[in-house]
Design a protein around this ligand. Structure first.
Ligand code: SF4
Ligand code: SF4
Ligand code: SF4
Length: 343
């Protein structure tokens, strides 16, 4: 039987190309968003036998062992876990330097090296209830599980620390001189923020009607990390990035359907940013928020990406005056105000 091995390999290769490719694109971040020569550890490129709706039998092919399946994914799992650990440490310590190290790694490793991003294609998979086979896709499940879990625990943590494109725009924001910034008036910016929800509904409805996965290219720029796509799309991305120089976090704040989805999921968030009753009159950290997520005493969890900026103000007794107001109330013999719940 040894002589038939090359033939079997050829048939399997053709099958993977003809059948596995579209399936993988349906269930995972778009194939176009992966580097041209994806490493063997990218699970979506290795659909398992049950993904292939073809009745090939390779009787003398030994079944893969757990070790064989795991081995090409171990490095990925370790690096992803280390990245998440770093992201969490930077988040809990509210450490600016660690946060920027996390953002740089998000761009370099999750973005350009792996193209690990949550995409609208994954939302299409949610609609179809079609998922990558777990054993070949451990890294992807780790990313997806961390994204959903962290959103339920803290809100759009994925947007503030993990998403490679969001990290890129945050780094851009830190580099670009403030004098170039254009702050959109609230009367324009706040209604504009609803655009991303409209895009989310529109793109999912379009997919339901057409089953056209490739629409993702027109609503999100994550394909850029695969360094692929047409000149027209690169030109569009160039316009978006130049516009982001002037209007900070433009795509994340106004256009991203994945951000909108995570914003909706954030309604479940358990651990929200603390607010004080005094926050109703003080606007200091409202001005700090680059995502326009603070409205007086309220923080809109759907817009907040847990960037830490307001929490650093909150923790700085020289900047945040909430502690002064109770002192004054006490001096006047007034009862203490109750702490406002996080909203
Ligand atoms: S809003 Fe979209 S692009 Fe921005 S960080 Fe979130 S998922 Fe990424
Ligand atoms: S600076 Fe302090 S008191 Fe003012 S809004 Fe922020 S948390 Fe509240
Ligand atoms: S400044 Fe505060 S409210 Fe605004 S995005 Fe950052 S963590 Fe959220």
């Amino acid at each position: 039987m040894k002589g038939s091995c090359p033939l079997r390999r050829t048939v399997l290769l053709l099958t993977l190309i003809l059948v596995g490719g579209p399936l993988a694109a349906q269930q995972t971040p778009p194939a176009e968003a992966t580097p041209p020569e994806p490493p063997a550890t990218v699970p979506q490129q290795s659909p398992g036998p049950s993904d292939l709706d073809v009745d090939f039998e390779f009787e003398d092919e030994p079944a893969e062992t757990f070790g064989q399946i795991l081995a090409p994914q171990v490095l990925d799992l370790v690096l992803l876990s280390a990245f998440f650990a770093l992201a969490l440490v930077s988040f809990f310590r509210k450490n600016v330097a660690l946060k920027y190290v996390t953002l740089v790694l998000a761009v370099g490793y999750l973005g350009f090296a792996k193209s690990y991003l949550i995409s609208v294609v994954n939302l299409f998979g949610l609609v179809d209830w079609s998922w990558p086979e777990v054993k070949y896709s451990l890294g992807w499940y780790l990313l997806a599980g961390f994204t959903v879990g962290s959103t339920i625990l803290w809100g759009r943590f994925y947007c503030g620390r993990v998403c490679a494109f969001g990290a890129l725009t945050q780094i851009l924001d830190a580099i670009v001189p403030a004098r170039l910034r254009v702050e959109l008036p609230a009367a324009i910016g706040r209604p504009l923020a609803w655009t991303k929800y409209a895009l989310l509904v529109g793109v999912v409805a379009y997919y339901l009607l057409t089953r056209d996965l490739m629409v993702y290219r027109y609503v999100e720029p994550f394909w850029m990390f695969g360094l692929s796509e047409s000149a027209a799309l690169w030109a569009g991305l160039g316009v978006l990035l130049v516009a982001t120089v002037f209007v900070r976090n433009l795509y994340c704040r106004y256009l991203c359907p994945v951000g909108a989805f995570l914003g909706v999921l954030s309604a479940l968030t358990l651990f929200r940013i603390k607010r004080w009753s005094e926050c109703g009159t003080c606007r200091i950290c409202e001005k700090t928020c680059l995502y326009d997520a603070i409205r007086g005493p309220r923080i809109l969890v759907a817009e907040c990406v847990r960037c830490d900026d307001c929490e650093r103000v909150y923790a700085d007794s020289e900047t945040c005056p909430h502690w002064l107001i109770p002192v004054r109330r006490l001096a006047k013999g007034l009862p203490a105000l109750p702490r406002a719940p996080g909203r």
